[in-house]
Design a protein around this ligand. Structure first.
Ligand code: FAD
Length: 522
C-alpha cells in the first residue's frame, strides 16, 4: 500500500487539489498502515511539521502520523521499511533549530498524541528504593514537573532551563541545566526505555537488558529508535529556591569560582549552578538590565572596576530549601558558600521563589517573546561544549570580540563535569573532567530583514571555523552538520561505534533524516 501512496503524494504539491485528494485517501492509507491513530496530509501536515523553532528550514512531509501507542509507530516504520525511500522522524515539540525533527517527503510521528500514555511512580528494587516515574517519550517536561509535584511531592533530578520540551527530544540530545554538575544530564537519570527501533521492533531496554540499544538511543539524535517510555529517577521536591546572581568583571575569577562550586563535594552546596556573559553597557536586551532578578533591584555600574572590559560575567546560583527551614538557616548556608566567591561587591541580586516557579522561570520569557513577536521569528542558535583547557581563549576571541555587542538573547557559559556523563551513550564531549556549555541564544526582532538572520548564521559558522582552525577542543551540542566529513570529525573516535549502532538498529537509515548524518538505503 505504501508503494501506492508514496508516488501519489510525493508528486503532489501541498496545494488545494492535493489537500482534497489527500482527504479522500486518508482512510485508505490509515487502514493499510494499520494505524489506530490519525494521519494528516498536505497543508495539515505541513502546518504541524513543516517548520521548527529555528524557523530557517521549511519542508513538506508526506504525512503526519498521530500514533495511539508504540504499535502505531512500529506500523509507520514497517511501512517505510517496505518502501524504497520513505523515512520516519519522531517530532517532540519541534524545538530543534536546524530541521532535526523534520522529514522532507517522509512520515512525521507527532509524539504529542502519546503524551498521556504513561505516568506511573514506583521505586527501584535492589535496596536503593530510589523513586522513579515512567513517562511517555512525547510528554512535555513541564507537565511531568506539575504532576510529580502535585501528586507525589517528588521531582526529576536533572532538568533543562526551558520545560516546553519533550522527554524523547531532550533524551535524544542530553538535556542540560544547572543541576547537571551534580546529577549529570537527563540522559544520566534514566534507567529504562521502551523504544521502537528502525527495524520496526518494540523493545524494552536498560543497562542490564538490551543495553546496546539503551545507550545508543540516549543522546542518539533520533538515529536508532523512537522512545515511547522513559523511566526517570526522582527525588523529594524542595518547597523553595533562593535564586542568586553575582557579577564578575574577571573571566578568570568567574571560571575559578564556578569550577570550585561544581567540584565542591558537599551536598549542602548550591543545587543549581549556571552562568552567562552580558554586555558591559545599558542595552536593555544584552546589557546590565538583564541581570537583576526583581524590578526593585538596581544594577549600579559604579560598582564595576575601571578595568572592566566589553563584556561581564554573571554566576547564577540556586539553593533548595523546605518551608520548615528558618530564614536564618537558609542565610547561613548561603553565606558560608558565597563568602568564598570573588564577585564584584555590590553586584549581588537574589530572590526567594517556589521551586516550581523557579523551574518554570523561562515561561515568563516565552510569554514576553510571544508578545513582542520574537518567539515566531528565526532562532539561529549555537550550542557548544568547550573544554576547560580552551575556554579562556574562547572568551578572548568569541565573547570579548566576536559577540561583544551581544546576540539579542542569553549567552550562557557554565562548567559541567564529565564524570557525571556516561561514556556508553551516544553523546560526545571534549576531553578533560571539566568542560563548559556555551549557548548563544539569538532572537531576531520581527522587523529585522532576512539578511540579518544570514549574518547571524554566518557568525555561527565563523565561530565554528575559528574553533576548528585553532584546534579548540569542542563539540557542538544539538549538533548540525551537512557533510559526512564534518560528522566524522564530530564523533571522532566514536564514529565507528555510531555507524555500527546504526547498522544494528536502523540499517536502512529510515529514522531522523533531518539530522543529515546517513542517507536512506533503498
Ligand atoms: P524535537 O526538536 O522535536 O526533536 C529533536 C530530535 O530528537 C529530533 O531528531 C527528533 O527526531 C528526536 N526525537 C524527538 N522525540 C523523540 C523520541 N520520542 N524518540 C527518539 N527521538 C526523538 N536543551 C538543553 O539541553 N537544555 C536547555 O536548557 C534547553 N533549553 C532550550 C530552550 C528553548 C527555548 C529551546 C527551543 C530549546 C532548548 N533546548 C535545551 C534544546 C532542546 O533540548 C532541543 O530542542 C531538543 O530537540 C528538544 O526539543 P523537542 O522535544 O521539541 O524535540
Amino acid at each position: 500500500m505504501i508503494a501506492y501512496i508514496e508516488p501519489y503524494f510525493l508528486d503532489n504539491d501541498a496545494d488545494a487539489d492535493a489537500d482534497a485528494a489527500a482527504g479522500k485517501s486518508t482512510d485508505a492509507v490509515s487502514e493499510s498502515l494499520n494505524i489506530k491513530g490519525t494521519i494528516l496530509f498536505g497543508r495539515d501536515a505541513a502546518d504541524i511539521a513543516g517548520r521548527d523553532f529555528g524557523g530557517m528550514n521549511c519542508v513538506k512531509p508526506l504525512a503526519v502520523v498521530k500514533p495511539v501507542g508504540p504499535e502505531d509507530i512500529a506500523g509507520a516504520v514497517k511501512a517505510a521499511l517496505s518502501s524504497d525511500k520513505l523515512t520516519v522522524v519522531a517530532r517532540g515539540n519541534g524545538h530543534s533549530i536546524n530541521g532535526q525533527a523534520m522529514a522532507e517527503g517522509g512520515l512525521v510521528v507527532d509524539m504529542s498524541s502519546t503524551a498521556e500514555n504513561h505516568f506511573e511512580v514506583g521505586y527501584l528494587s535492589g535496596g536503593s528504593g530510589t523513586p522513579f516515574v515512567d513517562i511517555s517519550g512525547g510528554a512535555l517536561w513541564e507537565n511531568v514537573l506539575k504532576r510529580c509535584v502535585s501528586e507525589y511531592s517528588l521531582v526529576p533530578r536533572s532538568w533543562t532551563d526551558y520545560l516546553g520540551l519533550t522527554v524523547g527530544g531532550t533524551l535524544s540530545n542530553a538535556g542540560v541545566s544547572g543541576q547537571a554538575f551534580r546529577y549529570g544530564p537527563q540522559t544520566s537519570n534514566v534507567t529504562e526505555l521502551d523504544v521502537v527501533t528502525g527495524n520496526g521492533d518494540v523493545v524494552t531496554c536498560s543497562e542490564m537488558e538490551n543495553s546496546e540499544l539503551f545507550f545508543s538511543v540516549l543522546g542518539g539524535l533520533g538515529q536508532f529508535g523512537i522512545i515511547t517510555r522513559a523511566r526517570v529517577l526522582l527525588q523529594p521536591a524542595p518547597d523553595m529556591v533562593r535564586w542568586i546572581r553575582v557579577v564578575y568583571s574577571s573571566f578568570d575569577e568567574f571560571t575559578q569560582d564556578a569550577e570550585w562550586l561544581v567540584s565542591h563535594k558537599d551536598e549542602s552546596s548550591f543545587d543549581y549552578v549556571e552562568g552567562f556573559v552580558f554586555v558591559n553597557g545599558d542595552d536593555p536586551v544584552n546589557g546590565w538590565p538583564t541581570v537583576p532578578l526583581h524590578p526593585d533591584h538596581d544594577f549600579d555600574p559604579t560598582r564595576l572596576p575601571q578595568s572592566s572590559g566589553s563584556v561581564l560575567y554573571c554566576l547564577e546560583l540556586g539553593l533548595h530549601y523546605k518551608d520548615s527551614d528558618s530564614n536564618s538557616t537558609v542565610n547561613k548556608r548561603v553565606e558560608s558558600l558565597i563568602g568564598r566567591l570573588r564577585f564584584n561587591e555590590g553586584l549581588r541580586f537574589e530572590v526567594d521563589l517556589p521551586y516550581v516557579d523557579f523551574l518554570l522561570r523561562v515561561k515568563q520569557s516565552e510569554k514576553i517573546a510571544k508578545e513582542n513577536g520574537t518567539w515566531e521569528t528565526p532562532h539561529p542558535w549555537l550550542n557548544l561544549f568547550v573544554s576547560k583547557r580552551d575556554i579562556g581563549e574562547f572568551n578572548r576571541t568569541v565573547f570579548k570580540e566576536l559577540v561583544k555587542n551581544g546576540v539579542n538573547g542569553p549567552m550562557l557559559v557554565y562548567p559541567l563535569l564529565r564524570s557525571r556523563w556516561d561514556d556508553r551513550t551516544s553523546v560526545v564531549l571534549p576531553e578533560g573532567e571539566i568542560f563548559y556549555i556555551v549557548a548563544l541564544l539569538r532572537f531576531v526582532p520581527p522587523y529585522a530583514k532576512g539578511s540579518s538572520v544570514d549574518k547571524m548564521v554566518a557568525q555561527n559558522q565563523e565561530i565554528i571555523h575559528w574553533c576548528v582552525k585553532n584546534e579548540i577542543d569542542f563539540k557542538l551540542y544539538l549538533p548540525h552538520y551537512k557533510s559526512r566529513e564534518e560528522w566524522v570529525r564530530h564523533f571522532g573516535n566514536r564514529w565507528s561505534r555510531f555507524v555500527d549502532r546504526k547498522d544494528m538498529f536502523d540499517p536502512k537509515a529510515i529514522l531522523s533524516p533531518g539530522q543529515k548524518i546517513f542517507n536512506r538505503c533503498p
